[in-house]
Design a protein around this ligand. Structure first.
Ligand SMILES: Cc1cc2nc3c(=O)[nH]c(=O)nc-3n(C[C@H](O)[C@H](O)[C@H](O)COP(=O)(O)OP(=O)(O)OC[C@H]3O[C@@H](n4cnc5c(N)ncnc54)[C@H](O)[C@@H]3O)c2cc1C
Length: 427
């Protein structure tokens, strides 16, 4: 098949599906939604995709950010050669990225947009506001923000971390009307431009990449920043060494999520992770990758932006236009800190109940992985509701940490497309 810089591929042969020609609906057009759609389309399965192409990367990440992953770990997936980030760069005459060149988010967004044109075709940017059963329960009903309804043979939820942002309860008194850029506390996902904090005193809560990179960007934009980290020290990724000698490669094998045997194993066999006892999977989910900053960020933070470690916010209150934080450390009495804004870089909580589009009739039928509020999934990503699939982070408690990252798109998309074909054959 020929490849061009723009334009769409011709529609593939259609497979008969078991639901009177109903399409599969993919909710979300980020790396997972686009990869699943590309595989379904290549398999001839009728598919409709809803969501803004690379929407999270355009609106929930700040201008000037870079990916923490290396270039070989962020390929979207299509079942034919030519769709990798390296192919996109080559076709556009852009230099090859190596492990030592961090990828600007802007490059990744352009890659996703190109991938969509090449391998997915039409994507409807409208939001999905409801998924429930059809009256005869033979299919799923998808409600769109513009009032349209669509009956779907199956629905694949690929909405990433949208709706799952977590702000610790201790900070909520700062925003009785709700968190956001205009309140005294916001979550990192609320911002696409952190230069709005120039000239302000900002406390950043968290010790991971989001916290450290946001702090660097705000400092560089002229804000007075203090990072408050719960852990005893900030962890940094190590500088990649592309030509490591064999003994070191054996001791710490490479993987898309970084070096080490555990990471290499969970990336090589996400299907085997699913067969572990739920408690072991949840432990992997929580512990396999702790918070850390990318190696390339270190010089922009260490010795540049003040960081206080072993420090917790135990109380917060609004004092006029300022936020007053009570901080507890390992020793001594609590301290008070007054700032103009608190930025919660406190991650995400996987909780199906907070997804606004899963209507109660469907939600109550979705079984969760024990010890979590994330869906329990079949080996092909189907939940306990027939025809309802989940990908990306929501699949990580089933298949392990790789599903939190773009590196998991191939595994997810291949299995879901295979299931789509099996369903078509069964019917
Ligand atoms: C700051 C930050 C940095 C990260 N860096 C990396 C990294 O370097 N490498 C890496 O592998 N991963 C990284 N991640 C994780 C990253 O989010 C995922 O790897 C990747 O984006 C997951 O893709 P996704 O398709 O599941 O979700 P997303 O990319 O979040 O895409 C979600 C899609 O769903 C759409 N959507 C949401 N709700 C609806 C709705 N109701 N109706 C219709 N559409 C909807 C959105 O518009 C979007 O199109 C990072 C995450 C964050 C927050």
């Amino acid at each position: 098949m020929t490849q061009s810089l723009s334009g769409q591929r011709p529609a593939r042969r259609r497979v008969a599906d078991g639901h009177r020609g109903l399409p599969w609906v993919v909710v979300g057009a980020g790396p997972y939604g686009l990869s699943v759609a590309a595989h379904l389309r290549a398999a001839g399965v009728p598919v409709r995709v809803f969501g803004e192409v690379m929407g999270s990367w355009r609106h929930a990440m700040a201008t000037g950010m870079f990916l923490k992953s290396t270039p070989d770990a962020v390929d979207l997936s299509v079942p034919e050669p030519g769709g990798r980030l390296a192919d996109f760069r080559r076709l556009h005459g852009e230099p090859r990225l190596t492990e030592l060149t961090p990828i600007p988010c802007e490059v990744f967004v352009r890659y996703g947009q190109w991938f969509q044109k090449q391998y997915v075709g039409d994507v409807d940017p409208v939001r999905v506001v409801g998924v429930d059963h059809t009256e005869d329960r033979g299919a799923l009903n998808v409600r769109l923000d513009d009032g349209r309804h669509i009956a779907a043979a199956a629905v694949v939820v690929a909405t990433g971390l949208n709706g799952l942002a977590h702000v610790p309860a201790a900070l909520l008194p700062l925003a009785p009307e709700g968190t956001g850029p205009a309140a005294l506390v916001s979550h990192t996902s609320h911002h696409s431009d952190l230069s709005c904090f120039a000239g302000q005193r900002v406390a950043v809560i968290g010790g991971g990449q989001s916290a450290l990179e946001s702090a660097a960007l705000m400092h560089e934009a002229g804000a007075e920043v203090l990072v408050l980290v719960r852990e005893r020290k900030v962890r940094w990724g190590s500088v990649p060494q592309p030509d490591r000698p064999l003994p070191r490669r054996l001791a710490r094998p490479a993987s898309p999520l970084g070096p080490g045997w555990t990471l290499a194993a969970v990336c090589r066999a996400p299907g085997a992770v699913r067969r572990l006892p739920p408690a072991a999977r949840m432990l992997l989910f929580r512990r396999a990758l702790g918070p850390s900053g990318g190696w390339w960020l270190r010089d922009r933070v260490e010795g540049v932006v003040p960081v206080r470690t072993a420090c917790r916010v135990v109380r917060a209150e609004a004092a006029g236009t300022e936020a007053r934080l009570e901080l507890a450390g390992p020793a001594g009495p609590p301290e008070t800190l007054t700032v103009d804004h608190v930025l919660a870089a406190t991650g995400y909580r996987l909780d199906l109940g907070t997804l606004p589009f899963l209507l109660p009739e469907v939600l109550r039928d979705v079984e969760c992985v024990p010890g979590s509020k994330a869906p329990r999934l079949s080996s092909r990503f189907e939940s306990s509701v027939p025809g309802l699939y989940f990908t990306g982070s929501l699949a990580a408690p089933t298949f392990g940490p790789m599903l939190r990252f773009v590196a998991g798109t191939r595994f997810a998309a291949t299995r879901i497309a295979y299931d789509a074909l099996q369903r078509a054959i069964r019917h």
